[in-house]
Design a protein around this ligand. Structure first.
Ligand code: 8NA
Ligand code: MG
Ligand code: MG
Length: 342
């Protein structure tokens, strides 16, 4: 595995978070506003300062540091890092539910680190995208797909115990894993592989039961991935269609398949995006234009796109104005070494 692809994934995830923060929670984002914001990153005379990262990057850095320090997955170490990071910087825009978990994880008396997550939402657990937004590093540390799935799931379960939360993390990690392997060179094969992987992931009794309780389709992520495949076969697809078919919300189900669609849709030039943009810039700009949970959707799409295009595809001025982008590059080089060891 080339280091450039691992660096691309980790750095572009940070960029998506930082650049996407501008429109987080805004329901309608005109493309001209996106392009004005994105183009201002290139204009260094403006000196518009540093764009700060949010919970997405804060938690992903904890995952990375834990994987590197422990040379593998250690749930106690990772839980401790989440709790410590939150106590140092509570103002990073964490979801309102997950804060309760992070406070409980700080307790030195805690024996089962998965218990606070299980207690969320009357024992149903969170289905938010907070597990998925930090799932990419698992694909950058473990070369084997079985480990990627296993540890992305466990890593998400530290805060998200609903299957619709942690299965979203598995899907996001698998998408990054496949992108690293060059699978996006054949987009149809890429989406078909994700569908067949998720058929398996969503076949257990817990996942089936959660889908039933939440009145979702059977195998909800597979269902959305089929919609992604339908949308990618269409010549013209509007922002409104993408939002109504896939969503742009804070639930994993309404954002992970959306992020995957953004990457697939932007593999080729689009008339409403500048000709001088490469695929990575297109992906991030397009993610923002969908509105909603823009920082997280751009972060997840950025990780997948970065794994495909590599770090050289990222414009230097973007890296310079995003907090944490340089650190991500340093850590990615260390992950690359781990990737070849485990
Ligand atoms: P979370 O676990 O607190 O979940 C996020 C939200 O989803 C919760 O606050 C609930 O409203 C809802 N939710 C999740 N599970 C259930 C359930 N079982 N029953 C009922 N409601 C539920 O936090 P997270 O870590 O998943 O964070 C998700 C997103 O929130 C991230 O994108 C993060 O950036 C953050 N956030 C988003 C916005 C926004 O406007 N889009 C604003 C601030 C923070
Ligand atoms: Mg965020
Ligand atoms: Mg968000």
């Amino acid at each position: 595995m080339m280091s450039a692809k691992i660096e691309g994934a980790l750095v572009a995830a940070v960029l998506g978070d930082c650049v996407g923060g501008e429109f987080e929670g805004v329901e309608e984002v005109p493309m001209e506003n996106v392009l004005r914001h994105v183009n201002s990153l290139e204009d260094e005379t403006k000196g518009n300062g540093i764009l700060e990262y949010s919970d997405d990057t804060a938690m992903a850095s904890c995952v990375v540091q834990s994987l590197l320090t422990r040379a593998g997955f250690d749930e106690h170490d990772m839980a401790r890092r989440f709790a410590k990071e939150y106590s140092i910087s509570p103002g990073r825009g964490y979801g309102s539910g997950v804060i309760q978990v992070l406070k409980k994880l700080a307790s030195p008396h805690l024996t089962d680190v998965y218990q606070p997550a299980r207690d969320q939402f009357n024992g149903r657990g969170s289905f938010g995208n907070g597990g998925a937004m930090r799932a990419a590093p698992f694909a950058l540390a473990f070369p084997d797909a079985a480990n990627v799935k296993k540890f992305a799931r466990l890593g998400a379960m530290l805060t998200h115990s609903c299957s619709l939360g942690y299965n979203g993390a598995v899907l996001q990690a698998l998408a990054v894993h496949l992108a690293l392997q060059g699978a996006l060179d054949l987009p149809q094969t890429f989406i078909n592989t994700l569908i067949s992987e998720m058929e398996e992931v969503e076949s257990d009794e817990v996942s089936r039961n959660d889908a039933r309780i939440l009145k979702e389709a059977e195998k909800p992520f597979c269902n959305r991935l089929h919609r992604v495949r339908d949308l990618m076969d269409m010549d013209k697809v509007t922002i409104e269609e993408v939002i109504s078919e896939l969503g742009n919300g804070i639930a994993a189900l309404q954002s992970v398949p959306t992020a995957i669609f953004c990457v697939l849709h932007c593999l080729q030039p689009r008339q409403y995006l500048p000709e001088n943009y490469g695929g990575l810039e297109r992906t991030i700009a397009y993610s923002l234009a969908l509105g909603g949970d823009t920082d997280t959707i751009a972060c997840m799409a950025g990780a997948i796109a970065g794994a495909h295009y590599g770090v050289e595809a990222i414009p230097q001025p973007w890296i310079r104005c995003c907090e944490g982008a340089d650190d991500a590059d340093v850590n990615a080089k260390r992950l690359h070494i781990l990737y070849h060891q485990v």
